[in-house]
Design a protein around this ligand. Structure first.
Ligand code: ZN
Length: 139
């Protein structure tokens, strides 16, 4: 059993940006030589999240629509009284989404479903450069 930690950076846009990072994660796994185990994908920061989705045009609208209904961007948040950065909703969405996701792998391949991609969600109200941590545990 071994543990290795990698990272990559990705540029995002404001407003619940959804980016497919499956290829980046698979490439790290392939280059590592790991065969069996699990990979933890984590985004540092309090306004972003990681999950999986079917990365197709409909859901890329449905999912941000869902977040807008659940945690509206156009209402006041107490957070803005603290920092005046206007992104209270971004923090609440990120807290609920979660900052990490774990995927098992076998034979050097991520065991994702055919229509299941790993996504980085950026809920912030401005463009960011995000670092994504990829930690492999296995052999
Ligand atoms: Zn903030």
């Amino acid at each position: 059993m071994d543990v290795k930690t990698f990272s990559f950076t990705i540029n995002t846009n404001a407003g619940t940006d959804i980016i497919d990072i499956t290829q980046e994660v698979q490439k790290i796994l392939t280059d590592s030589g790991f065969i069996e185990g699990s990979v933890l994908i984590f985004v540092p920061g309090s306004t972003a999240g990681i999950t999986t989705i079917e990365y197709e045009p409909g859901l890329l609208k449905d999912y941000p629509d869902f977040w807008e209904k659940l945690v509206p961007s156009n209402k006041p948040y107490e957070h803005d009284n603290t920092w005046h950065d206007g992104n209270g909703y971004s923090h609440v969405r990120a807290a609920l989404q979660g900052a990490s996701f774990t995927v098992p792998f076998s034979g050097g391949r991520l065991l994702l479903g055919t229509w299941q991609q790993i996504i980085l969600l950026d809920f912030d109200n401005k463009s960011r450069t995000r670092k994504v941590i990829v930690q492999l545990t296995g052999k």
